[in-house]
Each structure stands twice: as C-alpha cells, then as structure tokens.
Design a protein around this ligand. Structure first.
Ligand code: ADP
Ligand code: MG
Length: 707
C-alpha cells in the first residue's frame, strides 16, 4: 500500500526538481499547484511534427522533422533590420540544409558544431535552395560522441518528431519548459493514478484506463490515440456533471416547503376577470406549477416560453394561490424598468383581490394595500416584509440583500432567469426566517437548448409554452442593406404618422474605435437632425440615471415618444404593445437569441410588426447568420443554432447563469450527453460500491465553478 504522504500526485510542483521550482509561482494563477493539477491540465492543440524526412526528400512549404548534425553555426547582425540572425548548416546522410533563427543569440552557446539535432518546422525557398526558419530544435546527442549519434530511445523526443502538445498559459512560461515538466510529472505520477470510472463502463465503451488516457492526451503517438483519450475525458466530465446535478436534486428533495392547496374558486374568479382567455398551453403549465406546489418538497421549475407568450399571468395564478394560503411571494426581475412593469401589471390584475403588493428596488420602496398606495422608507418596507405585512414583493437584485428577511416566504419567481446566477436564486430561496424552503419558478424567454436542458439545467423541471396567444401576426423580418436605409427611415416615418412607435437599437452607447459600428448617442444626434426631425425621439441606455430611465420608459409607454433610440436594455421583457418596428443597427454583433428577443419587443398586439436588421458590413458569413433570424421565428431553433455557432460560453449572458466551466467536453454534444445521462441514472444509486467515483464527484463539485 502506498502511503498517502508519498503519493506524488499530491506533491507540489517543486517536488519535480528545478523546472518545477522555477514554474511554481507562474502556474499558480492557472490553478496548478500539485502534480495532480498539472497532469490534468490538458493541451490546447497540437503541432504535428510527426513527418520525419531525410534532408534530401524535403520540399518547399512543408512541415517536417529532420535529424542531422551541425556543420556550422554562427550569429550575424542583419544589415537591414538590425536583428541578430543565427545561421546554421545541418546535414544528414542524404544532404544538408540551411537553418535560420531570429533574435536568439544565445543559441550559439547551447548548440555547437558536431551536435546532433532533431529539428521541426516549415521549409521555405531561399534563392535556389531550401531553408528552415525558426524550427523547434531538440538535442539528441552532443559533439563529444565524435559524431556517433545517440539513438532516439535514449532521448525520447518531446518537442519534435511527433505530435507536440501546445498548452495555453501566460507568455512568461515557455512551452518547452512546461512540456518537460509535464513529462516528468507523468513519469512520476502515472503509476499512482487511481482509476475511478467503473470497470464495466470502461469495458463497454472501450475507454482506455485513466493513466493510459492521461499519457495519450498529452503525448499521443498518433491522432487516433489522442481522440480515444479525449473521448474518455469528455464522457467523464459530462458523467460527473450529471451525477452532480442528481445530487443537487436529491438534496433539494430532502428539504421541506409549504404545501399550497389549489383553490379552484378564487383562481377561476381571477381568470374570469382577465381581458383575454388563457391559451391551452398557459392552462397546462399553470396546472403543472399548481400541482408541484401542492407538495411539501420544494419545486424547482423553469418556465420557458417565447417572448410575448404570456408567462407573467401563469406566475400570477400561482402567486394568487400562495397568498390565499397565507404565505408570501417574492418576484425578482433583472431591471428596475421590468420590476416596475410587473408591479403595474400586478396592481391591475389584483385590483379586486385582497392582496398586499410591494415594490422593492434600490430606488423605490412602495406598498399597495387595499388600493392605497404608499411610498415608504426602505427600512419600513423591510420591517413590513419581515413581519408579514405584505404578500407579494416585487424587486430587483435589491431583494437578495442581506438585510431583507421574509416572515414566511413560500414561493419565489425569478423572471428572465438567465440574467441571474445560481447563487442569486439560491440566496432568494433561503430568505426566510421560518425553516421552510421556498418553491422556485424561474422564467425565461431564451429557450434552453435541449443539450443544456439535459445537463446544466438537469436539476430543473421544465414547463414550456410554445405557441403565442391567438391573433399575433408574424413579425416581418428583413435585412436592410446600406442602400435601403433611406427607404427604411421613410417606412418608419409613415408608421409613426399612423400612430405607431419604433425602437432603434444600437450595439453600443458611445462612439467607439470599432469602425462603422453605430452608437446610441451618435445615431440619436444624426436622427433628430435628419430623417426624424419632426418626430418625438429620445434615447435610453444603461448609463442613464434610473429616474430618467423610468421617465423615458413611462413616456414611451404612454406614447409621448415616437421613436426610442436604445441599446439592448430593451431586450428584456419590455411590453409596449403599440410599438411595431424594431430597427437593429450592427445586427451581426448580436447573437441569434438576442436578436430574437429584440424582435419580440414588437408584435405584441394586433398590428402588423416589422424587424429590420442592418449589418455594419455586408460580409457573406454574417449575412447568412442573420438570414436564420429572417427565416425562423422559433426561439428554440435559434437558441440551438446560436449555441452551435458561438459555443456555450458566449450566448446571451449564459456565463452568469450557472454554466459550468467545462475543461474538455462541450455542452453541444447531445449524443455523449445522453450517454452520460443514462450511465449517471444507473450508477447514482450504486455510488457506495464505487468509492473512487464518489470521491471524484466530491472534488468535481469543488472545481466545476457553477457561478
Ligand atoms: P412574456 O412571456 O414575454 O413575459 P407577458 O407575460 O409579458 O409575456 O405577456 C405579453 C403580453 O401578452 C401581455 O401584454 C399580456 O397581457 C398578454 N397576454 C398574456 N396572455 C394572453 C392571452 N392568452 N391572450 C392574449 N394576450 C395575452
Ligand atoms: Mg416577461
């Protein structure tokens, strides 16, 4: 048995000798402290130097490795660029070739005539001859052996004549140095690496064992060998993620929440008072939620539905029942504007019900009790919340501040949930003085692609509204080339004269260095002096003070403004049914899901609505991406496409929304995700038989960094 203290995996890098000591500090910021951290730090890519040729067989413009002896080496100063140029002549039995390095004068100290080298790089023409410029070199023998070459097996190559790993790290670390350290660490650690993937999974999937896989992921002999190892590690990561999500779900299921009885009478009364009839899907998802909260285990449900699909009313039906049962609700929105909009909606819907509603944001603390509206101090409202004097509190991030505590919070709604992190949702869930865990309903208009639904959101139950309420017309979407701009402004003017309103969305607020990208401030100036001289135009963006923002939003809603020049702050949730045109500048700078969201700001009533996409430059690839938005009105399809095109890290704020930072797997690999999920389901209950796996999940939970 190996003593744990002797286990080289747990040793610091310094235990790996001089190179280890030298790199210890530089690698710490990357989270590499022990030998184990090091060997699990995978290469970013490979240089393929595996083609080894006799010098005589070289052609121009190929990447290859040669092995030969130095016949001559010297530094000189180049006449024109005043660089130090190191020139060498290297020969093997078949011929010789000129080698050139720039600005590495120390090379002549390391390399001497008679040294045997392995050199990898690209060949190029030099007058009538070939040369190799700045190749990677590796000494395979020195002049002392009188020209007798030492066989490669004594000096297994690391940097040449093979697939050479390239790692990403700060510039002050040299690839060669790092590779050497990696090789040393692998040699020392691999015999001690403990397999944790259950044998039957490995056998069935034909995955290599852990130590073989580690060697292959860093120093594969062949491409295929790397791919097999990569496959194992990708699976491993997704498998762990699945087990982790299952654990989360289980720990939540062990907690208690308030069972909320469904009151049919009062629910019907509210529905009857609405100015519209609920769609079939709204009824279905409301029913799913109402059933969930009847249980004494916490609900954790995601309600996804395209923009304008009417999610708010579904949440309201649930809140009504919670309040009727005597408990409190919290309703968190990502912006002040949106929180206020919800406050207004709720006041209207609950006008004939005995529900006490409050608005709590950084700026505003308002309370409505029995149709009376009060503006009160923040501490007064906090007290009211704490002693149960209010039933529903609507707010922004301000709701999760430490000082707020509820008397009996049973139900939490997080609107536009992708704007919030997992921890923020969790903080809100736990804002309770009573020992109960609140039911959580997260709502989003950015549909979760199926692959994410199966992984990151694996701990959530999902309800979906796919269809929009009846009577909504398809939003006509067009790409506007430069030459049609004037025509489009005319079009907007005509609609404004008929009493409609428009958004003009720019990707940035201020003029920037980015050539040609239109900013809110510049456009605003240009438009009020030019095409929209006679219209009422204002601007709205994230750097305007909250009070002013609210004034502008209210003015737009009350139709005191015709055209709003704005950033994507309007993207989230804003509901102005009279707006029928959204004109998006620099459209290629937005993700597809964002564009779809922006488009969703119009088409909210019976008027025919329009979305114009104006790309900054008419690059073919960008245009074809935009065409996806023109032809598809399906938020799910667009989100899926966005994920595939841009990668998970990049889509619409997903970084903040609980995406794990995966090392090697991708969240788009549906097949592997499904496989990992099936195995996780099978092994989750058997973890006690697999102590290594169980340990591994524990460390994974610490490192997965779900934000
Ligand atoms: P979202 O799902 O994007 O949050 P909202 O809940 O804001 O959408 O609803 C968008 C608009 O549609 C609101 O003005 C709302 O009153 C209206 N609405 C909701 N349900 C229906 C329905 N069944 N029929 C007609 N209009 C509806
Ligand atoms: Mg909404």
């Amino acid at each position: 048995m190996v003593n744990q203290l002797m286990n080289p995996l747990a040793q610091p890098l310094a235990s790996l000798g001089r190179t280890g000591k030298a790199l210890e500090k530089k690698l710490k910021p990357l989270g590499i402290e022990t030998c184990e951290d090091l060997i699990f730090y995978f290469p970013r890519r490979f240089d393929d130097f595996s083609l080894v040729l006799p010098i005589a067989d070289l052609r121009t413009q190929i990447t290859a490795t040669i092995r030969g002896r130095i016949d001559m080496i010297a530094n000189r100063r180049s006449r024109r660029s005043r660089m130090i140029v190191t020139e060498a002549l290297v020969s093997d039995a078949s011929g010789s070739i000129k080698i050139v390095w720039f600005n590495q004068p120390f090379l002549t100290k390391n390399l001497q005539v008679g040294d045997w080298l392995s050199l990898s790089g690209k060949t190029s023409d030099h007058y009538y001859d070939l040369q190799m410029v700045s190749p990677v070199y590796e000494k395979t023998g020195s002049g002392a052996e009188n020209g007798v070459r030492i066989p490669d097996t004594v000096f297994p190559s690391l940097h040449t004549a093979r697939l050479v790993p390239v790692y990403s790290f700060p510039a002050n670390v040299a690839q060669k140095q790092f590779r050497l350290l990696m090789r040393t660490a692998l040699d020392r650690c691999l015999p001690f690496v403990k397999e944790w993937l259950p044998d039957d999974i490995r056998a069935h999937e034909r995955y290599p064992d852990l130590s073989t896989a580690l060697l292959s992921i860093h120093f594969p002999e062949k491409q295929e060998e790397y791919c097999i190892a990569e496959q194992r590690f990708k699976f491993e990561e997704l498998f762990l993620l699945q087990l982790y999500c299952k654990n989360l779900k289980e720990s939540l299921a062990a907690q208690t929440s308030c069972a909320i009885p469904f009151d049919q009478k009062i629910t019907k009364r509210l529905i009857a008072a609405l100015p519209f009839t609920l769609t079939k899907e709204q009824k279905t998802v409301a029913w799913e939620i109402l059933c969930d909260i009847q249980k004494a285990t916490p609900m954790n449900r995601l309600l996804q539905g395209d923009v304008g699909s009417g999610k708010t009313i579904v949440a309201i039906l649930a809140m009504l029942n919670v309040v009727h049962a005597g408990y409190q609700c919290a309703f968190m929105a990502p912006t002040e504007v949106l929180a206020r909009q919800h406050f207004t909606t709720l006041k209207k819907v609950f006008a004939d019900f005995d529900v006490r509603i409050a608005l709590f944001t950084a700026q505003h603390h308002e309370l409505r009790i029995k149709n009376q509206e009060l503006r009160i101090k923040d501490y007064e409202l906090r007290d009211t919340i704490a002693n149960g004097g209010v039933d529903i509190v609507i707010g922004t991030h301000a709701l999760i501040q430490e000082k707020i505590s509820f008397k009996n919070l049973a139900f939490v709604i997080v609107d536009e949930q992708h704007r919030f992190g997992v921890n923020q949702r969790k903080a809100l869930r736990e804002k309770n003085s009573a020992p109960i865990t609140a039911h959580v309903l997260s709502m989003t208009a950015t549909p979760i692609p199926r692959s994410l639904a199966l992984t990151v959101y694996g701990d959530l139950d999902i309800s979906t509204i796919r269809a929009l309420p009846k009577g909504r017309k398809k939003i006509i979407t067009k790409i506007v080339p430069q030459s049609y701009r004037a025509w489009t402004y005319d079009f907007i003017r005509k609609h404004v004269r008929r009493g409609r309103q428009a958004f003009i969305v720019c990707p940035i607020i201020d003029q920037s260095d980015i050539l040609g990208v239109r900013s809110v401030k510049e456009e605003y100036k240009k438009l009020i002096d030019g095409p929209f001289r006679h219209e009422r135009v204002e601007m709205l963006h994230g750097r305007i003070k909250t009070a002013e923002k609210e004034r502008v939003m209210a003015a737009f809603r009350d139709h005191e403004i015709d055209i709003l020049v704005t950033t994507s702050v309007v993207e989230v949730g804003i509901d102005v049914p009279n707006a029928t045109i959204v004109f998006i500048e620099g459209a290629e700078r937005f993700g597809l899901a964002s564009l779809h969201q922006l488009r969703g700001r119009v088409g909210r009533a019976d008027h025919q609505s329009y979305c114009f996409l104006a790309p900054t430059d008419e690059d073919k690839e960008e245009i074809s991406r935009l065409k996806a938005v023109v032809s598809s009105h399906d938020g799910f399809a667009l989100a899926e496409k966005d994920l595939a095109l841009r990668g998970e890290g990049d889509i619409l704020g997903l970084r903040q929304s609980g995406m794990p930072r995966l090392k090697i797997a991708t969240l788009t690999d549906i097949e592997l995700i499904i496989k990992a999920r099936e195995y996780a389901a099978a092994y989750h209950s058997k973890l006690n038989d697999h102590p290594e796996l169980k340990n591994r999940i524990a460390t994974f939970q610490d490192t997965v960094h779900i934000e």
